[in-house]
Design a protein. Structure first.
Length: 225
């Protein structure tokens, strides 16, 4: 600090202040952007640790302002393209059926996709492959949607398929009923994220980030007009 003051006293004070302002703008901008990048990284890691997959993790994005410039008022915005979904996993939630009946949860034996290669639901269940769904009420435990007359497939694909054997369909020999959906009135999603904690961790080192930038960046000689 003494060296900076002596330079200002023996040199051009206006030029010195311009150089100091330029250094401050670049240091603050670098520190803010570093903190923003750390926040994005921590939030993405949190999603992965919660078992929610890389696609949802990548929904966390970062935008820095002003773009391509340094400023004392620099800002870094960390946001997500899936705010409602992440909010549910950050706070936990009870999910109920929109029509007031049941939520249908596919069983492990259900096909991965429905007709049109869409997410499987009872309305797009491929009945042409498995036959019609049948409702089974259970007083204790989840009720079921099942398919009858299934034969277990052999080989790597495994799974089940509707039997086409007239004899088997007549006698029931070797056929089984397979549950395709659990029917429940509600599902409670546990909290799997901690967004506030990770934002706090990211911002805690902001002052250190700016100080590091001050110490590593060099003052740039200003050209006089």
């Amino acid at each position: 600090m003494k060296e900076r003051i002596s330079v200002a006293l023996t040199g051009n004070l206006e030029e010195f202040m311009e150089e100091e302002l330029d250094l401050a703008e670049r240091a603050i901008t670098a520190g803010v952007r570093s903190a923003g990048a750390r926040a994005k990284r921590l939030l993405r890691q949190d999603v992965l640790a919660g078992g929610l997959g890389p696609r949802l993790a990548r929904s966390w994005r970062q935008k820095d302002y002003p773009r391509g410039q340094a400023s004392l008022a620099a800002a870094s915005i960390v946001y997500t393209k899936a705010p409602e979904l992440l909010r549910v996993f950050d706070e936990g939630a009870t999910i109920r059926s929109a029509d007031g009946f049941y939520l249908a949860i596919p069983t492990p034996d259900a096909p991965k996709l429905g007709d049109g290669r869409k997410r499987l639901t009872p309305s797009n269940f491929p009945e042409h492959r498995f036959g019609p769904l049948r409702f089974v009420y259970r007083e204790h435990g989840a009720s079921l949607l099942v398919v009858d007359n299934q034969r277990q497939r052999q080989g790597k694909r495994g799974g089940y398929a509707l039997s086409k054997s007239k004899r088997a369909l007549k006698t029931g020999h070797g056929l089984m009923t397979v549950p395709m959906f659990f029917l429940v009135p509600r599902v409670r999603l546990k909290r799997r994220l901690n967004i506030d904690k990770n934002l706090h961790l990211a911002m805690r080192s902001l002052a250190e980030d700016i100080d590091t930038a001050f110490r590593t960046l060099r003052r740039r000689k200003r050209r006089r007009k």
